[in-house]
Every structure is written in C-alpha cells, then in structure tokens.
Design a protein around this ligand. Structure first.
Ligand code: SF4
Length: 243
C-alpha cells in the first residue's frame, strides 16, 4: 500500500511538548543537517539512518494526539534540519491540513530556497527560525555555513505572510553582550512577519552526546548560560527592537 510513497528519515519523537510553538505540540525530529553549530546539543541528528515513515504513516502517529492539541496546539517538525527533507514536509503539511492540524517548522534556515522549500515554508502555520548570528563571518566561524539562506528564508516568509518566531541561542563569551543584541535587532528590524523573538540559554546537556559519538566538542568547558543574564539581554533586545 503506502510503501511506494516517499519516506522521511526520522530521528525521534516528543509527545505533548510545549516549547516549540503554540499550545501542546507533537514534536517530530528529522535526520540530517547541513550546519555544524559549535553549540549544537543534537549532534546525533546530523546524519545516519533513523526510522523510515511515509506521509500516511507519520500522519497516523500525529493524528492520535489531536485530542490534546486544543485550539492552538499541533505538530512541530524539527531536527536536525527539517527542510533537508522539504518535499516530504510539504506533502505532510497538506495531509495535516486535511486533518485540521497545524504544522510549525523549526528550522535553521540553512537550506537554499528551492521550490520545495518554498512549498514547505508556505504550508506552515508558524516558522520558528534560528538567527544564530548577525553576519556571515560569525555564521562561518561557529556554524560552518552562511547567513544568506537564513535571510532568504526570512524574506520569503515576509513575502508570503507566514508568521515567524525568531530564536537565538545565547552562549557565554560568544554572543552574550548588549552589543550583540544590537546587531540582532538590526537584522530583524522592519519584518512584519516576526511575531516573537526568543533568546534560548546555551546548556551543556548535549556534551555527553559528543563523547558518546566520538566527536570533538568545540565548546567543551563553556559554562551554561546564566538565566538571570539571559533575562536581562531579552529585555534589552525587546527595547532595541522597538527603536
Ligand atoms: S542547525 Fe541545529 S541541528 Fe544543525 S548543527 Fe545547528 S544546532 Fe545542530
């Protein structure tokens, strides 16, 4: 039956999560990522073979949680980088739409803006977009990728009026100053599609994965981001964005 359909390579699932999007979410984590962020806490999603699912099989899993979603909740597709598998994502969104379930995409914006990526972005109820750094130089240094695709993604969401939440992980000693916040505010100024801008605290919970995978951890020894300081920076950023 459905096995002739294309399949997605899935790393894992998270039931009834509340962090990645509005309301109660069913999180689906895709395998594959073109970036190598120094602070990545999911290096186990970068590559490899996870579980294979067709659109119908994955939809069946998600629909089971529909009674919990309420008015605002739905499915969040994350990774890794979900848009590496953008054709599948666009097909899955269509299927979810028929079921009356909204899909949020949690993306780094690192994938070039192909027609398939555009279809996936356009089919999302919300795009949760990482803005890791404010310029190409820092992207290259800390993520092994550039900023262009991220800005193209943001421009496309603006054009198509797709609601965007911007997210930035704040790492001690790398981007934890008011000057850095000024730069982030400059990048996002003027975009009407941006509904929220969240700062996330760097944490060290992913360190053990690097050891287990035998990968060098570029931030070994870096402490977790202090929550109180993060709150200060978030307030500062909010004020700067109003100017
Ligand atoms: S984009 Fe996300 S999954 Fe990919 S390396 Fe960066 S933090 Fe890790």
């Amino acid at each position: 039956m459905t096995r002739s359909q294309p399949t997605a390579n899935i790393h894992s699932f998270e039931s009834l999560a509340t962090l990645d999007g509005k309301g109660i979410r069913y999180g689906i984590f895709f395998v594959g990522c073109p970036l190598r962020c120094a602070y990545c806490h999911n290096p186990d999603t970068w590559s490899g073979e996870g579980q294979r699912f067709t659109v119908d099989e994955l939809a069946k899993k998600a629909v089971r949680y529909k009674p919990y979603f309420g008015k605002d909740g739905g499915v969040t597709l994350s990774g890794g980088e979900v848009l590496v598998q953008s054709a599948f994502v666009a097909a899955f969104e269509k299927k979810m739409k028929k079921e009356g379930i909204g899909v949020a995409l949690d993306t780094s914006g690192a994938v070039p803006l192909t027609d398939e990526v555009k279809a996936a972005l356009g089919g999302a109820e919300t795009v949760i977009l990482d803005l890791k750094f404010w310029d190409d130089e820092h992207y290259r240094k800390y993520c092994k990728g550039g900023i262009k695709n991220v800005l193209d993604t943001l421009d496309y969401c603006e054009k198509k009026r797709v609601p965007v939440w911007i997210r930035t992980v704040v790492v001690p000693g790398i981007n934890d100053t008011e000057e850095c916040m000024d730069r982030y505010a400059d990048v996002v100024r003027g975009y009407d599609c941006i509904e929220r801008y969240q700062l996330l605290a760097f944490h060290t919970m992913g360190f053990s994965k690097y050891e287990k995978l035998g990968i060098e951890n570029p931030l070994a020894g870096t402490p977790a981001m202090d929550r109180a300081r993060l709150d200060e920076l978030e307030k500062y950023l909010d004020e700067r964005r109003k100017k």
